[in-house]
Design a protein around this ligand. Structure first.
Ligand SMILES: Nc1ncnc2c1ncn2[C@@H]1O[C@H](COP(=O)(O)OP(=O)(O)O)[C@@H](O)[C@H]1O
Ligand SMILES: [Mg+2]
Length: 275
């Protein structure tokens, strides 16, 4: 739930700006992630959500602003570095190697760091990680047979194996059934209780309000609001996402909210790679 005031943020993005040619993707955006808190980041397509998380994971460098990890100014130069800081991201399309088994997928990053594999230990450790998540999977099973939800569980297991402290989830529910969303949210709650800071990017208001402790709205690359969920209403959040024009405010809001919902529904199956 909402962090007690004496809890220190794990990751702070301060006054971040990023431009791509003519597009100001982010302008002076700040965001603070606390351990044990689910923070929802929302905004229409093009609002700047993915750019912000790509800066957190070392894919892009900010033009201006600072990143603080445990209160210390930090540069994140690439995704490997982000991983060593305990920052991991999962996307709507899990990055799973279908020919490797569950345990190998969970420990894949350890192998790429040149660690020698002790098979017996790897299977035991993979089982322990999945048990910690209350997920029942055969760790020797090839990943190709897994459902999308199980693949996401493996991705989360992978993050845990890397001692994740900040888990970014970019529209993880986009291709999931309602039952699979329930399963994913159970995992999210488990991670929250273990003190992981979770940044959840979502577009379905019902899901955002179900899972989030705090909601931050971006629009056109700008920070519009960031508040505990208890202090916001859905209508207000939707208004903030779509913006307002003085004259035809209500008509426009309804029309744009409807467009957003159609887009979201339309994108549910044909999930593009995160942009
Ligand atoms: N690599 C890039 N090159 C050029 N423009 C980009 C790039 N990445 C994002 N943008 C632009 O930056 C803006 C924000 O995009 P993005 O962060 O992907 O938004 P969101 O994830 O909220 O949909 C958009 O106008 C997008 O077209
Ligand atoms: Mg995006």
């Amino acid at each position: 739930m909402t962090s007690p005031p004496n809890d220190h943020p794990v990751l702070e993005m301060r006054h971040i700006s990023k431009r791509f040619d003519a597009t100001q993707a982010l302008e002076n955006v700040s965001l603070t992630l606390y351990p044990g808190e689910v923070h929802a980041l929302i905004g229409e397509n093009g609002a700047g959500k993915s750019t912000l998380i790509k800066i957190m994971t070392g894919v892009h460098r900010p033009d201006a602003g600072a990143i603080l990890l445990d209160g210390q100014a930090t540069h994140i130069n690439n995704s490997q570095e982000a991983q060593t800081f305990g920052i991991a991201a999962i996307y709507q399309e899990p990055m799973i190697f279908p020919d490797l088994n569950v345990a190998e997928n969970i420990f894949i990053s350890h192998r790429s760091r040149g660690m020698v594999v002790n098979w017996g230990r790897m299977y035991k450790d993979a089982e322990a990680i999945l048990a910690q998540l209350d997920v029942r999977l055969d760790v020797r099973m090839p990943a190709r047979g897994l459902t999308l939800a199980a693949q996401q569980a493996v991705e989360i297991g992978k993050a845990i194996s890397l001692q994740v402290r900040v888990l970014i989830m970019d529209e993880p529910t986009a291709s999931l059934s309602a039952h699979e969303v329930d399963q994913l949210f159970r995992l999210v709650n488990t991670l929250r209780n273990q003190g992981v800071a979770i940044l959840f990017i979502g577009h379905r208001m019902e899901e955002v309000f179900r899972i989030a402790d705090r909601i931050t709205v971006l629009r056109d690359g700008k920070l519009i609001s960031s508040r505990p969920k208890a202090e916001v209403k859905r209508d207000q959040v939707i208004r903030e996402m779509v913006g307002r024009d003085a004259g035809d405010f209500f008509a426009k809001t309804r029309r744009r909210a409807a467009i957003c919902l159609c887009r979201c529904a339309g994108s549910a199956r044909k999930a593009p790679s995160p942009t």
